[in-house]
Design a protein around this ligand. Structure first.
Ligand SMILES: Nc1nc2c(ncn2[C@@H]2O[C@H](COP(=O)(O)OP(=O)(O)O)[C@@H](O)[C@H]2O)c(=O)[nH]1
Ligand SMILES: [Mg+2]
Length: 238
């Protein structure tokens, strides 16, 4: 059992590394979105695409066990999207994402959103080649979810606390949730947001664009260092 699991994960890691290289070669910044079903991933993506439309190239890979409903919602928002149905599978893997990227062929410099299959367990173990991982948890899910499903939070660069507009109707303690996130992942940024009243949407898009900028600057610095090394090897003065 342990051997098989290790085999599957290392095969996935090799494909994830290939996706990461191919994305980097085209200066594409990819994010992997995890959450339980219904936390608001697709709604957030639709809102985000509307805000960023016309400013930079966008593309979306939608993962669900069945239906192409979410890809249709994204296309209706004016962005290219491809639906991956995992059937009995409970998560996307790097092979599926590699094939989806080949079919979708996002433009150079694109922001690529990958919406994983909704659950807080299986997607956490599979690197897709993304640059950043974003985990959503809605205020109707309970403050203890980071402790119950730590892997989904431990690997996140950003945790979005969604549906904040519902807080007046609930006895949900955002500070307790934030403390629980910090227990499993002290380095994650935590933002509270609502697609209904727009709370946190500016902070979210600011985070997204700043993370993409840093990623592209890092790629540029590496390309320059590689070029400088090649010039030196070839005896060409800088
Ligand atoms: N009140 C409220 N409802 C939301 C918000 N975002 C999404 N929803 C609702 O939550 C449900 C599930 O949203 P969806 O985006 O499909 O979740 P996904 O399964 O994570 O993709 C839908 O009925 C949305 O309208 C929000 O910010 N506030
Ligand atoms: Mg969805």
């Amino acid at each position: 059992m342990v051997e098989i699991e290790r085999g599957i994960l290392s095969a996935n890691d090799a494909l994830a590394a290939r996706n990461r290289d191919e994305l980097a070669a085209k200066w594409q910044f990819a994010l992997n979105f995890l959450s339980s079903p219904g936390a608001g991933k697709t709604t957030l993506l639709v809102e985000t695409l509307c805000r960023l439309h016309g400013r930079l190239p966008l593309a979306v890979i939608e993962g669900d066990q069945q239906t192409s409903n979410d890809a249709e919602r994204i296309r209706a928002a004016g962005s290219p999207a491809i639906q991956v149905n995992t059937g009995k599978g409970c998560h996307l893997d790097a092979g599926m994402v590699g094939r989806a990227l080949a079919a979708l062929d996002p433009a150079e410099g694109a922001l690529v959103f990958i919406e994983n299959v909704g659950n807080l367990v299986c997607p956490a173990g599979f690197d897709l080649g993304e640059a950043k991982r974003v985990t959503l948890v809605s205020v109707t899910e309970g403050e203890d979810k980071p402790l119950k499903y730590p892997d989904a939070f431990a690997g996140a660069d950003l945790v979005l606390v969604t549906k904040a507009d519902l807080l007046p109707h609930l006895d949900f303690d955002v500070a307790r949730l934030t403390a629980n996130i910090a227990r499993v992942n002290p380095r994650a940024t935590v933002l509270r947001l609502s697609t209904r009243d727009g709370e946190g949407m500016d902070a979210w898009t600011d985070w997204l664009l700043a993370a993409r900028k840093l990623f592209l600057e890092d790629l540029a610095a590496r390309a320059e260092a590689r070029a400088a090394g090649l010039r030196q090897t070839a005896g060409i003065p800088a």
